[in-house]
Design a binder for this molecule. Structure first.
Ligand SMILES: [Ca+2]
Length: 294
């Protein structure tokens, strides 16, 4: 039986959301019902998602969600979002509101919908606030976010701490894939060359990766310009291949500056990934992107 999935994404800034969508055709167990976009100019993000899905031959509806954060924190906009994506100008998305789509998908056959949240949690939190049954209707939410080892604020959480607080206290069963684990799996220039040669949108992925890596290297001193991390692909992989991941049930505290703390708690509905098979996970990500491990 296929698993019902909606992906909620801030595609366009970090290249890893694009990599994640590109893995979907290989993961046949999921029925991707919709893609919802969040954070900043969701018109651009929705058109980019639509164009990318169409170029992979996937007929998946895309919906715009919240542009502004619940915390009021200003959106970080790199400026390269959507640039160089073929077909983006003609791409269309659905007119419905992403939050309503999430709510309806969850209430349609309650307990069967899984959600992959790979951007700030504004859409998900708004769904929790708008519909009191949403939290219990969702089977599981997979979240890329937080950092549990070094006390760093992670982007998705720090971008909307109010939304994160609402989601972690909602009672939704959650698997969190945090930054301290995702930093263990990088995709580099050589990987991208292999992917570009075999994947239907491989050259777009390589091109978008180069753009993002350049931006990253100019933004912070010491950042490489030939690789970045598979944060969002690993979060999808935690849903697809849980055997590669070790989780610990935790109660989670969100600080106002975006740092998070977790305390092991057997009664918690939140599983935090505390270890992963880095080599196996990288092989699985590259495999889903069409590269047969050599
Ligand atoms: Ca993302």
């Amino acid at each position: 039986m296929t698993r019902r999935l909606v992906i909620d994404t801030d595609i366009g800034t970090d290249v890893d959301d694009l990599w994640t969508l590109a893995m979907m055709p290989a993961l046949g167990e999921f029925d991707l019902e919709a893609v919802t976009v969040v954070y900043g100019d969701t018109d651009v993000r929705a058109r980019m998602a639509s164009a990318v899905l169409a170029s992979m031959g996937l007929d998946v509806p895309v919906y715009r969600g919240c542009e502004r954060t619940l915390s009021g924190k200003e959106v970080l906009w790199a400026g390269h979002e959507g640039v160089g994506v073929p077909g983006i100008d003609q791409a269309r998305f659905r007119t419905g509101d992403a939050v309503d789509v999430l709510i309806e998908a969850a209430s349609d056959d309650p307990g069967t919908l899984e959600i992959l949240a790979i951007g700030p949690l504004t859409n998900i939190a708004t769904a929790v606030l708008r519909d009191p049954t949403f939290a219990r209707n969702v089977r599981r939410l997979f979240v890329m976010g937080g950092e549990f080892q070094w006390g760093w604020p992670e982007h998705n959480v720090a971008s909307d701490v109010v939304a994160t607080e609402i989601v972690v206290h909602s009672g939704v069963p959650i698997t969190i894939v945090p930054l301290d684990q995702t930093l263990r799996v990088a995709i580099d220039r050589h990987d991208m060359e292999k992917i570009a040669a075999v994947h239907p949108i491989g050259s777009l992925m390589a091109d978008q990766a180069r753009t993002f890596w350049h931006w990253l290297s100019t933004r912070r001193e010491g950042m490489p310009n030939d690789r970045s991390w598979a944060h969002d692909p690993l979060t999808l992989l935690a849903a697809a291949e849980p055997g590669l991941f070790t989780v610990t049930p935790m109660s989670v505290v969100v600080e106002t500056d975006g740092r998070v703390r977790g305390e092991p708690d057997r009664t918690s509905s939140i599983d935090v990934v505390t270890d992963l098979d880095a080599d196996g996970a990288k092989r699985a990500v590259l495999g889903a992107l069409g590269c047969v491990p050599s």
